[in-house]
Design a protein around this ligand. Sequence first.
Ligand code: GDP
Ligand code: ZN
Length: 313
Amino acid sequence: MGTVIKSTGSWYILRTEEGHTLQSRIRGKFRLDGKKLTNPVAVGDVVSFDREAGEEEVGIITHIHDRKNYVVRQSPRQKHALHLLAANVDQVVLVSTIKSPDLKPGFIDRFLLMTEGHDIPVIIIINKADLLEPEDLEIYGGLEFIYERIGYEVILTSAEDGTGVPELQDKLKNKITLISGQSGVGKSSLLNAIQPELGLRTREISDASGKGAHTTTHAEMFELEFGGFIIDTPGIKNLSFNNLTIQDVAHNFREFFELSHECKFNNCTHRNEPGCAVKNGIEEGLVSELRYMNYLQILDEIDAQNYWERINY
Ligand code: GDP
Ligand code: ZN
């Protein structure tokens, strides 16, 4: 058995049980929930392998062991294919900023929509704390309130002055953590702050990923000196969800789903239906209006996509 610690598209690097690394290939086609995958094997996958006949230093992955969970996104290149970001993770850290770059509206909610279906805890990091003015700190307070209320951890960090770094290290200890975020938020710098040189190694991934054909397939697992593993992924530009139905989205905004049992219609999409507990929740201050606006935006995109696909035939 081995664990996939790096994937480059056609090659997979395994860490064997003896602690060696082995370049490996895979044969055959793999699907996930009946959907096409751009990459059959993900970093974090536990696999069985054989040695290539006559080529002892090359492995052939023969079996992917059942995944505890996985993080999957719609492929940015192939609308109807899914791209596996990682498998068997304990948690996900989403690095984001309020300033430099500006917080992209909806990105956090889109990211949470991606992880929610797989029951993976998410820690939301707001980095570059050192740049925040009092009015930005108010925005931070607002975000902290919105996301902590629905069960996500929020940590304010600065790779520059070390704010929040010990707290983050503590969270990472002895866990397998996927770290992600839009480029420029300071993910590499933060990794460097967590463990010297770690960001240097990961930045090579980000740089390479800006160009070549393997953009979306680079991910790599690194061991932490204080215990645990980090799976670094290339910066995400944007997340679309044409592979989801309206109901999928409704089910994966966790607080909406909880309230939906009180909606008049059991298939309520929380848009124009009467007796909607989510819309009432907004009025009562129980539901974040920001989350709701982002939700509507995603539903609109899915509707538009479905419309164009219908009239294309
Ligand atoms: P990545 O693309 O997310 O890996 O981002 P980088 O780590 O490459 O950082 C992007 C830029 O933001 C670099 O110029 C960093 O020096 C800067 N940066 C990263 N973290 C911080 C921070 O906490 N505070 C400030 N002021 N700048 C930061
Ligand atoms: Zn409703």
